[in-house]
Design a protein around this ligand. Structure first.
Ligand code: FAD
Length: 467
């Protein structure tokens, strides 16, 4: 890929999922006059919304999934303009696939006008060149940008102990990128490691198979399932100044949840302030809160639609789904099956059983410095980024400016979405991403429009790599 000289600034996003799409949308709304290049190794909009199972529904009500914080109902309006009958209500949970279509529709005019260009390739390295970043593409060639945004999403889960060497048809290590209902043999015995949202998706995919004789088991340390959404109303959470310690904060949450009409209302209110409260805590208290409150926060905060919850309960009651609290001790392949060993919580005896399929539903790896992804390895090796001190994603300012290895701000290198999990705590659901995207777009416009651009424009030759 070659380049030639022109004057408009270029923002290049690595990743073209929901985060990058929302950033492009907000750059446009802010009046950004430069080029926006989205580089992604995959087609589509990331694993959450690209071509997924129709049984997988959003876990945020349709009325709050709009692309802008001043237009939270934008998705709902778009849906109802499709003529869906009966019309979708603000509190409904619709298939995630529809959200992918909405994001495509938001981006479509910008792609049509050439304001946004999508390039299909992995980015494999970044280095500074004068006042620009040069981005190396795995497919060959490089691109120059005035600013680079890492919108690379979640990492795949960490491999399960003992999984190395097991036939890959028997173990699913990246469940967001496959269809379990197509992988599991009829009447299969399936073991999920993890009992969170990924397990819920998997169980919903396999529910028809379960009614025809498949048996599902899910194992996690505490054996806790995400709770049901219940009410969508919220009570504003009133944090006192004392909420500067993990213990005081948890005490206040419990007290307000007990005093309120429904604990879900307190959680909904707390959720809106989670980022502010997190940023107020000193690092040692953030670490304490994670140690003592993270598992509980997950099931209360990341709730599932009531019908999905009811489906899980029905499967448990009919004996098709068993939830176990315990620790996986190991896995090994025996013939065409996987023998799993685990120890139940509070017991010393090791139990074991054979399964036709094991699904790693432990959730995304949060240590970006442990990733084998060539880009991340190069970014750490070159000192352009450093891990967040809590081991959650990358270190950055709350605005998304990434910190280099020495703690200084890497020039015009930003992040959005999951890599920001340690800094912001809540940054992966759409309402959080759209706020961060809106703020980052405003920041980029202020910074880039104020100075002459350093980056040459893509030449027509570059279009060969466009999607
Ligand atoms: C299964 C699932 C369900 C979810 N459901 C909901 C929901 O219902 N509601 C909600 O609000 N949120 C949900 N989320 C949260 C979700 O993370 C966000 O809503 C959103 O999809 C994140 O978008 P993203 O662009 O940050 O990441 P992603 O969608 O993961 O996109 C990142 C992109 O970066 C690309 N990439 C990574 N590295 C490179 C590289 N080196 N070079 C080129 N490309 C690269 C990847 O190919 C990917 O396409 C869900 C997440 C998952 C995984």
């Amino acid at each position: 890929m070659t380049t030639s000289s022109l004057s408009a600034p270029t923002v290049l996003c690595i990743g073209a999922g929901a985060s990058a799409s929302l950033l492009a949308h907000h750059l446009h709304r802010e009046g950004f006059t430069g080029r926006i290049v989205l580089v992604d190794r995959e087609a589509g909009l990331g694993p959450a919304y690209a071509g997924c199972d129709l049984r997988h529904v959003l876990n945020v009500p349709a009325g709050n999934m709009g692309a802008a914080r001043d237009d939270p109902a934008g998705f709902l309006l778009w849906l109802n303009a499709l003529g869906i009958d009966p019309p979708v209500a603000a509190g409904d949970f619709v298939p995630r696939q529809l959200y992918g279509r909405y994001l495509e529709a938001v981006l479509e005019p910008l792609r049509g006008s050439g304001e946004v260009i999508r390039v299909r390739s992995a980015a494999s390295a970044l280095w500074r060149e004068g006042a620009c970043w040069r981005v190396e593409l795995e497919r060959g060639g490089t691109l120059l940008a005035d600013a680079v945004v890492l919108a690379i999403g979640n990492l795949p889960p960490r491999a399960l102990p003992g999984s190395a060497g097991i036939d890959e048809r028997l173990i699913v290590n990246d469940p967001w990128r496959c269809r379990l209902d197509e992988l599991a043999p009829p009447r299969a015995q399936v073991l999920f490691i993890g009992t969170g949202l990924t397990m819920v998706d998997g169980v919903l995919s396999l529910a028809p198979a379960a009614s025809e004789g498949a048996h599902l088991t899910a194992l996690s340390r505490h054996g806790r399932l995400p709770l049901a959404w219940g009410t969508q109303a919220s009570t504003p959470f009133a944090a006192s100044d004392a909420a500067r310690s993990a213990r005081a904060l948890m005490r206040q949450v419990r007290a307000q949840a007990k005093a309120g009409a429904a604990w879900q209302q307190t959680m909904n209110g707390l959720r809106m302030q989670a980022r502010t409260l997190w940023l107020q805590l000193p690092p040692a208290e953030q670490a304490r809160l994670l140690r003592h409150g993270r598992a509980l926060w997950s099931i209360h905060r990341h709730r599932i639609p009531d019908p999905s919850h009811a489906r899980l309960q029905a499967l448990q009651e009919s004996g098709r789904l068993a939830i176990l609290a315990g620790r996986l001790e190991g896995l090994r392949q025996v013939g065409n099956r996987v023998q799993a060993r685990w120890r139940r919580r509070g017991r010393s005896a090791v139990e074991e059983a054979a399964f036709d399929l094991v699904v790693n539903a432990t959730g995304p790896e949060s240590r970006y410095d442990r990733s084998r992804d060539p880009l991340l390895r190069q970014l750490f090796a070159a000192g352009h980024v450093r891990p967040h001190p809590l081991g959650l994603g990358l270190d950055a300012t709350a605005a998304g400016e990434l910190r280099a290895a020495d703690g200084s701000l890497a020039p015009h290198l930003y992040s959005l979405g999951a890599p920001m999990q340690g800094v912001l705590f809540e940054c992966t659901a759409i309402p959080d991403i759209r706020d961060a995207a809106q703020d980052l777009a405003a920041l980029l416009c202020r910074r880039l429009q104020a100075v002459p651009a350093s980056v040459p424009q893509l030449t027509p030759g570059a279009t060969a790599d466009r999607e």
